[in-house]
Design a protein around this ligand. Structure first.
Ligand code: PXP
Length: 248
Protein backbone atom coordinates (compact mmCIF):
# COMPACT_ATOMS: atom_id res chain seq x y z
CA UNK A 1 0.00 0.00 0.00
CA UNK A 2 1.29 3.45 -0.73
CA UNK A 3 0.24 6.71 0.84
CA UNK A 4 1.58 10.21 1.18
CA UNK A 5 2.17 11.86 4.50
CA UNK A 6 3.43 15.00 6.11
CA UNK A 7 6.28 14.96 8.59
CA UNK A 8 5.14 16.48 11.89
CA UNK A 9 6.92 19.24 13.76
CA UNK A 10 7.32 18.92 17.52
CA UNK A 11 8.30 22.28 19.00
CA UNK A 12 10.66 22.02 21.97
CA UNK A 13 10.13 25.01 24.28
CA UNK A 14 12.71 24.25 26.98
CA UNK A 15 14.69 27.38 26.15
CA UNK A 16 11.70 29.60 26.78
CA UNK A 17 11.71 28.27 30.33
CA UNK A 18 15.49 28.82 30.47
CA UNK A 19 14.93 32.55 29.86
CA UNK A 20 12.12 32.65 32.42
CA UNK A 21 14.23 30.87 35.06
CA UNK A 22 16.99 33.46 34.59
CA UNK A 23 14.83 35.98 36.50
CA UNK A 24 12.53 33.71 38.45
CA UNK A 25 9.23 35.34 37.43
CA UNK A 26 6.75 34.29 34.76
CA UNK A 27 8.23 36.04 31.71
CA UNK A 28 8.14 34.74 29.06
CA UNK A 29 5.02 32.77 29.89
CA UNK A 30 5.55 29.20 28.75
CA UNK A 31 1.83 28.51 28.14
CA UNK A 32 1.38 31.54 25.87
CA UNK A 33 4.52 30.55 24.00
CA UNK A 34 3.22 27.02 23.48
CA UNK A 35 0.01 28.45 22.04
CA UNK A 36 1.91 30.80 19.79
CA UNK A 37 3.90 27.82 18.49
CA UNK A 38 0.68 25.92 17.83
CA UNK A 39 -0.69 28.90 15.90
CA UNK A 40 2.49 28.87 13.83
CA UNK A 41 1.86 25.23 12.88
CA UNK A 42 3.55 23.07 15.54
CA UNK A 43 1.94 19.63 15.62
CA UNK A 44 3.11 18.94 19.14
CA UNK A 45 4.84 20.55 22.11
CA UNK A 46 7.94 18.92 23.56
CA UNK A 47 9.52 19.63 26.94
CA UNK A 48 12.31 18.00 28.88
CA UNK A 49 11.66 17.79 32.61
CA UNK A 50 15.26 17.50 33.72
CA UNK A 51 16.26 16.03 37.04
CA UNK A 52 17.85 19.35 38.06
CA UNK A 53 14.75 21.29 36.87
CA UNK A 54 17.02 23.83 35.16
CA UNK A 55 14.28 25.03 32.80
CA UNK A 56 10.91 23.27 32.63
CA UNK A 57 9.23 22.83 36.04
CA UNK A 58 6.68 20.26 37.25
CA UNK A 59 3.96 22.90 37.26
CA UNK A 60 4.67 23.66 33.58
CA UNK A 61 4.15 20.10 32.42
CA UNK A 62 0.85 19.72 34.26
CA UNK A 63 -0.42 23.04 32.97
CA UNK A 64 0.64 22.23 29.40
CA UNK A 65 -1.08 18.86 29.55
CA UNK A 66 -4.25 20.53 30.83
CA UNK A 67 -4.36 23.37 28.33
CA UNK A 68 -2.72 22.69 24.96
CA UNK A 69 -4.64 21.35 21.98
CA UNK A 70 -1.86 19.19 20.52
CA UNK A 71 0.01 16.16 21.92
CA UNK A 72 2.52 16.80 24.71
CA UNK A 73 5.80 14.94 24.34
CA UNK A 74 7.73 14.61 27.61
CA UNK A 75 11.45 14.04 27.29
CA UNK A 76 12.63 12.27 30.41
CA UNK A 77 15.32 10.17 32.01
CA UNK A 78 14.54 6.84 33.66
CA UNK A 79 15.13 8.38 37.10
CA UNK A 80 12.53 7.16 39.64
CA UNK A 81 11.33 10.63 40.61
CA UNK A 82 10.84 11.67 36.97
CA UNK A 83 9.06 8.43 36.10
CA UNK A 84 6.66 9.07 39.00
CA UNK A 85 5.85 12.52 37.59
CA UNK A 86 5.33 11.08 34.09
CA UNK A 87 2.95 8.40 35.34
CA UNK A 88 0.86 11.01 37.09
CA UNK A 89 1.00 13.42 34.15
CA UNK A 90 0.16 10.88 31.43
CA UNK A 91 1.43 12.89 28.44
CA UNK A 92 0.43 11.55 25.04
CA UNK A 93 4.09 10.76 24.32
CA UNK A 94 7.29 10.24 26.28
CA UNK A 95 10.81 10.10 24.93
CA UNK A 96 13.41 8.42 27.13
CA UNK A 97 16.75 10.23 26.99
CA UNK A 98 20.06 9.85 28.82
CA UNK A 99 20.81 12.63 31.27
CA UNK A 100 23.94 13.90 32.92
CA UNK A 101 23.81 16.86 35.27
CA UNK A 102 26.87 18.61 33.87
CA UNK A 103 25.81 18.47 30.22
CA UNK A 104 24.62 21.60 28.38
CA UNK A 105 22.07 19.57 26.43
CA UNK A 106 21.39 15.89 25.75
CA UNK A 107 24.73 14.84 24.31
CA UNK A 108 24.29 11.31 23.06
CA UNK A 109 21.63 8.68 22.57
CA UNK A 110 20.46 6.22 25.19
CA UNK A 111 22.59 3.09 25.46
CA UNK A 112 19.66 0.70 25.21
CA UNK A 113 21.94 -2.35 25.18
CA UNK A 114 23.52 -1.44 28.53
CA UNK A 115 20.46 -0.01 30.26
CA UNK A 116 18.15 -2.77 29.03
CA UNK A 117 16.58 -3.81 32.35
CA UNK A 118 15.59 -0.36 33.65
CA UNK A 119 14.57 0.92 30.22
CA UNK A 120 12.32 -2.10 29.69
CA UNK A 121 10.72 -1.50 33.11
CA UNK A 122 10.02 2.17 32.35
CA UNK A 123 8.70 1.45 28.84
CA UNK A 124 6.19 -1.01 30.37
CA UNK A 125 5.15 1.36 33.16
CA UNK A 126 4.53 4.24 30.75
CA UNK A 127 2.76 2.16 28.10
CA UNK A 128 0.48 0.75 30.80
CA UNK A 129 -0.62 4.37 31.36
CA UNK A 130 -1.46 4.72 27.66
CA UNK A 131 1.65 6.75 26.83
CA UNK A 132 3.36 6.22 23.46
CA UNK A 133 7.05 5.69 24.25
CA UNK A 134 10.07 6.48 22.14
CA UNK A 135 13.77 5.93 22.85
CA UNK A 136 16.27 8.58 21.82
CA UNK A 137 19.14 6.66 20.23
CA UNK A 138 22.14 7.10 17.98
CA UNK A 139 21.69 5.73 14.44
CA UNK A 140 23.43 2.46 15.23
CA UNK A 141 21.90 -0.88 14.11
CA UNK A 142 22.53 -2.57 17.49
CA UNK A 143 20.69 0.25 19.30
CA UNK A 144 17.75 0.13 16.88
CA UNK A 145 17.45 -3.63 17.36
CA UNK A 146 17.70 -3.29 21.14
CA UNK A 147 14.98 -0.61 21.06
CA UNK A 148 12.80 -2.99 19.05
CA UNK A 149 13.34 -5.69 21.67
CA UNK A 150 12.10 -3.25 24.37
CA UNK A 151 8.69 -3.12 22.70
CA UNK A 152 8.72 0.67 22.51
CA UNK A 153 6.50 2.45 19.97
CA UNK A 154 9.04 4.78 18.37
CA UNK A 155 12.70 5.59 18.23
CA UNK A 156 13.93 9.16 17.96
CA UNK A 157 17.12 9.23 15.93
CA UNK A 158 19.79 11.53 17.34
CA UNK A 159 20.74 13.95 14.54
CA UNK A 160 23.42 15.77 16.55
CA UNK A 161 26.40 14.26 14.70
CA UNK A 162 24.75 14.97 11.35
CA UNK A 163 24.17 18.59 12.40
CA UNK A 164 27.75 19.08 13.59
CA UNK A 165 29.37 17.80 10.40
CA UNK A 166 29.86 19.27 6.96
CA UNK A 167 30.35 17.97 3.42
CA UNK A 168 31.19 14.30 2.91
CA UNK A 169 31.10 13.54 6.63
CA UNK A 170 27.61 14.95 6.87
CA UNK A 171 26.51 12.86 3.87
CA UNK A 172 27.97 9.79 5.58
CA UNK A 173 26.00 10.58 8.71
CA UNK A 174 22.84 11.04 6.66
CA UNK A 175 23.33 7.58 5.21
CA UNK A 176 23.69 6.14 8.71
CA UNK A 177 20.41 7.85 9.68
CA UNK A 178 18.68 6.50 6.59
CA UNK A 179 19.82 2.93 7.28
CA UNK A 180 18.69 3.21 10.90
CA UNK A 181 15.28 4.57 9.81
CA UNK A 182 14.81 1.70 7.35
CA UNK A 183 15.83 -0.90 9.93
CA UNK A 184 13.51 0.58 12.55
CA UNK A 185 10.60 0.56 10.12
CA UNK A 186 11.36 -3.03 9.12
CA UNK A 187 11.11 -4.16 12.74
CA UNK A 188 7.87 -2.29 13.29
CA UNK A 189 9.03 0.86 15.05
CA UNK A 190 7.89 4.39 14.29
CA UNK A 191 10.71 6.83 13.54
CA UNK A 192 11.23 10.38 14.82
CA UNK A 193 14.40 12.46 14.69
CA UNK A 194 15.87 15.49 16.37
CA UNK A 195 18.71 17.44 17.94
CA UNK A 196 20.71 20.22 16.35
CA UNK A 197 18.28 20.62 13.43
CA UNK A 198 18.02 24.11 11.99
CA UNK A 199 16.77 25.99 8.92
CA UNK A 200 19.89 25.10 6.96
CA UNK A 201 20.17 21.36 7.70
CA UNK A 202 16.59 20.17 8.23
CA UNK A 203 15.55 19.40 4.65
CA UNK A 204 17.59 16.18 4.08
CA UNK A 205 16.33 14.88 7.43
CA UNK A 206 12.71 15.65 6.54
CA UNK A 207 13.27 13.69 3.32
CA UNK A 208 14.48 10.54 5.08
CA UNK A 209 12.16 7.56 4.67
CA UNK A 210 9.61 6.75 7.37
CA UNK A 211 10.15 9.88 9.47
CA UNK A 212 7.01 10.67 11.44
CA UNK A 213 8.08 13.71 13.49
CA UNK A 214 11.01 16.07 13.92
CA UNK A 215 11.61 17.59 17.33
CA UNK A 216 13.25 20.99 17.10
CA UNK A 217 13.93 23.57 19.79
CA UNK A 218 17.01 25.74 19.86
CA UNK A 219 17.04 26.91 16.23
CA UNK A 220 13.37 27.92 16.29
CA UNK A 221 13.56 29.75 19.61
CA UNK A 222 16.72 31.56 18.43
CA UNK A 223 15.05 32.60 15.16
CA UNK A 224 11.99 33.76 17.09
CA UNK A 225 14.07 36.58 18.60
CA UNK A 226 14.23 38.14 15.13
CA UNK A 227 10.92 37.23 13.52
CA UNK A 228 8.63 36.23 16.39
CA UNK A 229 7.78 32.69 17.38
CA UNK A 230 4.76 32.24 15.17
CA UNK A 231 6.79 33.15 12.08
CA UNK A 232 9.80 31.10 13.18
CA UNK A 233 7.61 28.01 13.54
CA UNK A 234 5.80 28.75 10.29
CA UNK A 235 9.11 29.02 8.40
CA UNK A 236 10.29 25.67 9.77
CA UNK A 237 6.89 24.11 9.13
CA UNK A 238 7.06 25.28 5.51
CA UNK A 239 10.56 23.88 5.01
CA UNK A 240 9.51 20.52 6.36
CA UNK A 241 6.18 20.42 4.48
CA UNK A 242 7.66 21.38 1.14
CA UNK A 243 10.03 18.45 1.26
CA UNK A 244 8.27 15.73 3.19
CA UNK A 245 5.28 14.86 1.03
CA UNK A 246 6.21 11.53 -0.38
CA UNK A 247 4.96 8.05 -1.02
CA UNK A 248 6.02 5.20 1.24
N1 PXP B 1 15.17 15.64 20.74
C1 PXP B 1 15.71 15.35 21.96
C2 PXP B 1 15.56 13.96 22.48
C3 PXP B 1 16.37 16.33 22.71
O1 PXP B 1 16.89 16.01 23.90
C4 PXP B 1 16.43 17.64 22.21
C5 PXP B 1 17.08 18.72 23.03
O2 PXP B 1 16.31 18.96 24.15
C6 PXP B 1 15.85 17.91 20.96
C7 PXP B 1 15.24 16.88 20.24
C8 PXP B 1 15.86 19.27 20.36
O3 PXP B 1 17.17 19.65 20.09
P1 PXP B 1 17.48 21.15 19.61
O4 PXP B 1 17.14 22.04 20.76
O5 PXP B 1 18.94 21.10 19.30
O6 PXP B 1 16.61 21.40 18.42
Amino acid sequence: MSRSRLVKLGLNIDHVATVRQARGGNQPDVMSVAWEGIRGGADGITVHLREDRRHIQDQDVFELKRTISVPLNLEMSVNEDIVRVAMKLKPEKACLVPERREELTTEGGLDVCRGRKRIQQVVCLLQARGISVSLFIDPVPGQVEAAGAMGCDFIELHTGCYANRKGARRRQELLRLEKAARLAHAIGLGVNAGHGLDYENVVPIAKLPFIDELNIGHAIIARAIFVGLRNAVREMRQLISSTSLRTI
